[in-house]
Design a protein around this ligand. Structure first.
Ligand code: GLY
Ligand code: MN
Ligand code: MN
Length: 478
């Protein structure tokens, strides 16, 4: 680009930015085009025989001083709306209307709600909290239901105050016997969001049968769009850069938290809004603790260090683990166990293709890894190593690090899963996990984390060549 074009294009960029801000179309940092969310909503509406109601988080789920708002993932997946206290109402297309599982014989009367021709009424409504000027002094402007330009900002033709939702549901309940929402699992962990709001819905439509929409939504979320994959690759690239930094920085005398601190900074510098999960940097014995999160200990000469750390970009998670020798060289025993885990991972990877299953009998990735570990290597008592592999080989990855959905569903192109075997031998202070993120393609798979050294040789070489030998490590906690 020549300098003149560059000045012109910069001016043009400023004009576009100024217009965007003036017109209120500045997009959230990570939002995908509205059409993407609209298409997801249309697909869901086509799959149901009654209204769907999904509630976003309220912002009161976590009362701690450091809590930052993040959106309920199913709600975000369908709306791209990232502010608290909102709800989504979807109404099936008239053509798809079935009452109690049977097509309505008299759809005109079935669809007439309080004199309103529902065929022509809105099929999707976003409900928002009214704006609160006093709160906005502290938290900045929010999107309110009476704002101008809402269709452009939200991608919804119909946006209403949250207070109207209950009345709308009561009207719909005169027509529809079935309503859908996210029902809580038997024991909802953490804040009881689904328990509370499904009870609220049942109270609003007492005569209706309230059913679970989660299976349908989970299944949709398992297959990623090109836009989702682009965001996920950003999370993965930042997380690879952080893992590379850990390889360069690693040495005895550092503390686990120092490795994690550098990695988090690299994520955020690259645009990650937060960590995808609590970072795991476990040295020595801690390498055998699957979800070790204390990060208190000093890294000792001769240890291995399990580093399972991933950032979240645009809501999408990366989930990557590497196991490093603290001093840059695996001992023969560490390398033996490392190579077994790597062999198990390669065997599992070779099976990834459409139609394969993560869990299940014979031929599943879990079975492949279990068989491999059971038939390679021994512990100090001469027993096989299967008992040192206590977790699953894989999970789907997406808006959640452990993305929801049926893990026995045959794989399809567009799914992203981890492949993460491990062996953890506490009596030897030796844990090894290798975790990569893998896209299922038409013919097989693509390792999205392929840029990161994976074999023992590659890791030792990178650590030797890349070592930056930073400032003298701090050997006492401040
Ligand atoms: N980082 C959590 C997991 O690997 O599943
Ligand atoms: Mn994982
Ligand atoms: Mn992980």
């Amino acid at each position: 680009m020549n300098p003149k074009t560059s000045i012109l294009s910069r001016r043009l960029a400023w004009v576009v930015l100024a217009l965007a801000c003036a017109g209120g179309i500045a997009q959230a940092r990570f939002r995908q085009p509205s059409e993407e969310y609209q298409a997801r909503r249309a697909k869901l509406r086509a799959a149901v025989d009654g209204p769907v109601v999904i509630f976003g988080y309220t912002g009161h789920e976590d009362a701690s001083e450091v809590a930052l708002f993040f959106q309920e993932p199913h709600f975000y997946y369908l709306t791209g709306h990232d502010e608290p206290g909102a709800a989504l109402l979807l109404i099936p297309d008239p053509s798809a209307l079935k009452l109690g599982g049977q097509a309505s014989e008299d759809s005109s009367s079935a669809l007439s709600l309080g004199g309103r021709a529902w065929e022509n009424g809105p099929r999707e409504i976003l409900y928002l909290q009214p704006r609160d000027p006093k709160q906005e002094v502290w938290e900045g402007p929010k999107i309110g239901p009476d704002d101008p330009g809402l269709a452009q900002k939200t991608g919804f033709a119909n946006v209403e105050p949250f207070a109207n939702l209950r009345g709308e549901l009561a009207k719909l309940a005169k027509t529809y016997p079935n309503f859908y929402t996210l029902l809580p699992p038997k024991q909802e962990e953490g804040y009881p969001h689904l328990t509370n709001w499904s009870a609220w819905l049942r109270d609003a439509v007492p005569q209706a049968s309230v059913k679970d929409i989660a299976p349908a939504l989970d299944a949709m979320r398992q297959v990623k769009s090109a836009g989702e994959l682009a965001l996920m690759q950003k999370a993965i690239d930042a997380s690879i850069d952080a893992q590379l930094d850990a390889m360069k920085t690693m040495r005895p005398g550092l503390f686990e938290y120092q490795i994690a601190a550098r990695m988090k900074q690299i994520h955020e510098w690259a645009g990650c809004a937060r960590e995808a999960y609590a970072p795991i940097v476990g040295t020595g014995f801690n390498s055998t603790v699957l979800h070790y999160s204390a990060l208190d200990d000093e890294i000792k000469d001769g240890d291995v260090v399990v580093i399972d750390v991933g950032g979240e970009y645009g809501g999408y998670a990366a989930d990557i683990t590497r196991t490093l020798p603290a001093n840059g060289k695996f001992t023969p025993r560490q390398r033996e166990i490392y190579d077994i885990v790597l062999g198990a991972q390669n065997a599992a990877l070779a099976a990834v293709k459409p139609g394969a299953v993560l869990f299940g009998p014979k031929g599943s990735l879990q079975q492949i890894v279990t068989d491999y570990i059971n038939t390679h290597g021994k512990d100090k008592e001469g027993h096989s190593l299967g008992k040192y592999y206590p977790h699953g080989v894989s999970h789907h990855l997406g808006l959640d690090v452990h993305d929801p959905g049926d893990r026995t569903r045959p794989l399809e192109p567009g799914m992203v899963v981890t492949v993460e075997p491990g062996i953890y031998i506490p009596e030897e202070n030796l844990g090894v996990r290798i975790e990569d993120d893998v896209l299922v393609t038409k013919d097989g798979y693509q390792i999205l984390t392929a840029r990161l050294p994976r074999t023992a040789d590659e890791i030792e070489k990178f650590m030797a060549e890349g070592s930056t030998q930073p400032e003298k490590p701090q050997t006492e906690k401040p």
